[in-house]
Design a protein around this ligand. Structure first.
Ligand code: SF4
Length: 556
């Protein structure tokens, strides 16, 4: 039965009077004070109401207490057992949760798990993050005009499997589900297949093989996969989640030739090079994907506000930039404003517009946005500009600039105001320059003999002479390349470097999320559970940052 207690109305008698003024002040300046004063009454508890009956069943826990406990659990990176203990005996938790009696101070592990499952099932983790973050931004008057975006990887708590491992684990998972679903259907499974994949006494661990054997066993595992898909198509087993995984793995890892099911049907195991990063990595987490640089898991995009001036509280002896002392200028927290979970195969550049749209829909869009090279695509810059946002991001370095010795590029040539080459990197003027009628294409011609003798020739982008009789070599470029040159040269200026240097601060946020919020070693798997960790962890970090500001401002 639904229980929502009133946390808005004041008390006739102060229930926390027993704490004494000093302990009370300590609590009010901590995360407990932030949760109690600024968040508790704004929890979207009504979103959980559909999971309860108004009249039937035992009265549930106060939804404020249950939701807050879930937030605090993520904020402190606690196990369920440790959370239950904290709810029962920790006075700071009681203060934060506004726990008044025994019924508020005891939550068994199972109840905690049930509430968490409701939050995950209802997608309330995202709602909680948005509603409460927006509330903190409002309460602490956080300036959201400057924000920075970056991504990190969240790894599921799952084993890394070989291709043979993926096939065999998928088969085993299906057989396990089938045995629990319908004994009669399970009895139809080929005993030899059961011996390879289930019956441990007959060797069962077909997927456990040395790498040299794995390649040999792969066709047999693929044949078993096809056999099961064919045998149970059209039966009630085809509705099992594991059957869908069988079909997916068959589609991703194999090619069925002449798939009519007759004698002409053949099965080909695809080459490694034919597989993409989107293929199933482990049947225990179908949403996890693979990136050659970052490995398996999920990408999480994080956007946060930043303050360009070092916080006054970090310089207690110095006046702040506008001449005010730190005591006159209260410290404001930098808060995570946007969290998004995506595939490892998605390019970071695709995350810019969703981040801007999300923050704009909540009225906290930035005016300036910092991101690394991956976010700074020209398309993104133009679309962001159309929304009134300046995307500050370095351009991709010119091709060959990472080589040793680096290739020269248009940036090393001196151009005039019209975009024509005046001088090459070796200090030579071109024999002639020209522009196409459309004005889109440019060309500079240099003396071939001079270039042939030039020590920079191997690095220079000028083309070879068109024929042995051609006395010139050409440098050709387009109008868009000129724009890119302007952008790259602007990035060399101290002004750009000063503006861009604040991007690096988000690495510290990522580090805190990984090591303080437990993102580095998650105990869950599956996209929904990973998203829960991401949203609640980011919210926990926001609360801790607000609490730190409250404490520093109180210190003066
Ligand atoms: S190769 Fe020719 S154009 Fe290039 S730097 Fe040398 S002289 Fe200049």
């Amino acid at each position: 039965m639904l229980t929502i207690r009133d946390h808005h109305s004041g008390d006739l008698f102060d229930p926390w009077a027993h704490l004494g003024p000093q302990r009370r002040a300590l609590l009010e300046k901590s995360w407990a004070g932030v949760v109690r004063q600024h968040l508790l009454s704004h929890l979207p508890v009504s979103e959980l109401a559909p999971f309860f009956d108004d009249n039937l069943g035992r009265p549930g826990k106060d939804l404020h207490v249950a939701m807050s406990a879930l937030i605090l659990q993520q904020m402190h990176d606690l196990s369920d057992a440790a959370t239950v203990e904290a709810i029962a005996f920790n006075e700071a938790w009681h203060y934060a949760l506004d726990a008044r009696g025994e019924e508020d101070m005891y939550l068994c592990e199972r109840t905690l798990r049930n509430y968490r499952a409701m939050v995950v099932a209802g997608g309330l983790d995202e709602v909680l993050f948005r509603v409460l973050t927006d509330q903190l931004i409002k309460t602490f008057e956080v300036d959201t005009t400057r924000q920075r975006l970056d991504s990190t990887v969240l790894r599921s708590n799952m084993r890394k499997l070989t291709r043979l491992g993926v096939l065999c684990e998928t088969i085993e998972k299906f057989l396990r589900e089938l045995s629990g679903h319908d004994a009669a259907l399970y009895a139809r499974v080929d005993p030899a297949l059961l011996g390879r994949h289930v019956d441990r006494e007959q060797g069962g661990c077909f997927g456990v093989a040395r790498p040299s054997e794995a390649q040999r066993r792969l066709p047999q595992a693929a044949a078993d996969l096809l056999l099961l898909v064919r045998a149970f198509a059209g039966t009630s087993a085809a509705d099992l989640p594991a059957y869908a995984l069988l079909e997916r793995v068959l589609r991703e890892q194999c090619e069925v030739i002449n798939s009519s099911g007759g004698e002409g049907e053949k099965l080909r195991v695809k080459e490694d090079t034919e597989l993409t990063g989107d293929v199933l990595q482990n049947p225990s987490d179908p949403g996890s994907t693979y990136n050659a640089h970052k490995g398996q898991g999920y990408t999480v995009q994080i956007m946060e506000t930043y303050t360009p001036q070092p916080p006054a509280a970090h310089q207690p002896q110095e006046a702040a930039g506008d001449g005010q002392s730190p005591a006159q200028q209260p410290l404001k927290p930098d808060l995570v404003t946007h969290v998004a979970i995506g595939k490892m195969t998605e390019y970071d550049g695709a995350a810019v517009m969703p981040a801007l749209e999300d923050t704009a829909s909540r009225g906290i869009a930035p005016k300036q946005m910092l991101g690394d090279t991956h976010y700074g695509l020209e398309d993104n810059r133009q679309q962001a500009a159309a929304k009134g946002v300046e995307l500050i991001s370095p351009a991709q370095p010119p091709a060959g600039s990472q080589q040793e010795p680096p290739r020269l590029s248009l940036e090393q040539f001196i151009l005039d105001d019209k975009g024509q080459v005046k001088q090459c990197p070796a200090g030579h003027a071109p024999l002639s320059v020209s522009t196409s009628k459309s004005g889109a294409n440019y060309q500079a011609r240099f003396d071939a003999a001079t270039c042939a003798a030039c020590p920079l020739r191997a690095q220079c982008p000028v083309q070879k002479p068109r024929s042995p009789r051609d006395p010139t070599v050409r440098l050709q470029y387009q109008q868009e390349r000129l724009s890119m040159r302007d952008r790259r040269l602007a990035e060399e200026t101290p002004q750009f470097k000063e503006r861009y240097r604040w991007r690096a601060g988000i690495e510290a946020t990522m580090s805190r999320l990984k090591h303080q919020m437990g993102w580095a070693a998650l105990r869950v798997r599956g996209k929904a559970a990973i998203a829960y960790e991401a949203f609640m962890g980011a919210l926990g970090l926001n609360i801790l940052r607000c609490a730190r500001c409250v404490a520093l401002n109180a210190r003066g």
